[in-house]
Ligand binder design. Structure first.
Ligand SMILES: *Cc1c(COP(=O)(O)O)cnc(C)c1O
Length: 232
């Protein structure tokens, strides 16, 4: 666990340095700790070290952790960031604070219908396939405006912004390109009348590039919790 505390601190310092270079307030960037494959105890330790926002990709694993950490529920946020099948939307609507991976209208419609009226609106981001890869989910940049306006009108959802998972790239300059495209799309949608405040982009290997291009949430797993082991 000392590693975890040290790693969290090191990631916060990376964010602060990149924000400084960009002339931004480091507090304008939220660190989302991506805990997929790591146990509830690690989330509890990160929470004890002051971390508040946690990201999960796999629904069943996430629900188990949310249940195990029910005592902390009012002092942490759960963000769903993984691929979402339309027959799995209900538990997401009922247990999460945010969904970053809304990649089609049907998913948004189901989340809007299934979000309990007793809960605050679900915060959502529209996932954009910004590198235009055939294998990636997300709407194309060309589709984004129409889909975003439709989601913004749905009850029980609050459209906060855009999310992307750009292809890994080596140099910081190459890494910045897709992040810049996402930021430009975000600015265009706001000029078109939306009121988006969230750019969810940047992971362990490219968070500096993302912060330089305006990320407001960086989603970091490996640099906090360590390498993931999918073998067990
Ligand atoms: C796993 C994952 C992350 C974190 O990736 P790291 O490289 O471990 O920091 C961020 N976003 C999404 C959508 C992920 O699936």
């Amino acid at each position: 666990m000392p590693d975890l505390v040290h790693n969290l601190d090191a990631v916060q310092q990376r964010i602060a340095l990149a924000a400084h270079v960009a002339g931004r307030d480091p507090r304008s960037v939220t660190l989302l700790a991506v805990a997929k494959t790591f146990p509830a105890e690690d989330v509890r330790a990160a929470h004890a070290a002051g971390q508040r926002a946690f990201g999960e990709n796999y629904l069943q694993e996430a629900l188990t952790k949310i249940d195990a950490l029910a005592d902390l529920r009012t002092s942490l946020e759960w963000h769903f960031i993984g691929p979402l099948q339309s027959n799995k939307t209900r538990p997401v609507a009922e247990h999460f604070d945010w969904v970053h991976s809304v990649d089609r209208l049907k998913i948004a419609q189901r989340l809007a219908e299934q979000r309990p009226a007793s809960m605050p609106p679900l915060n959502v981001c529209l996932q954009v396939n910004i590198s235009g890869e055939a294998s990636k989910s997300g709407v194309t940049a060309a589709e984004a405006s129409e889909v975003a306006h439709a989601i913004a009108a749905m009850p029980q959802l609050r459209l906060r912004g855009l999310m992307a998972i750009p292809e890994p790239a080596g140099s910081i300059e190459t890494q910045r390109e897709p992040h810049r495209k996402l930021r430009e799309l975000f600015e265009q949608l706001n000029a078109d009348g939306l009121a988006l405040d969230t750019l969810s982009m940047g992971m362990s290997d490219d968070l500096e590039a993302a912060v330089l291009e305006g990320a407001t949430i960086v989603r970091v797993g490996t640099a906090i919790f360590g390498a993931r082991d999918y073998s067990n």
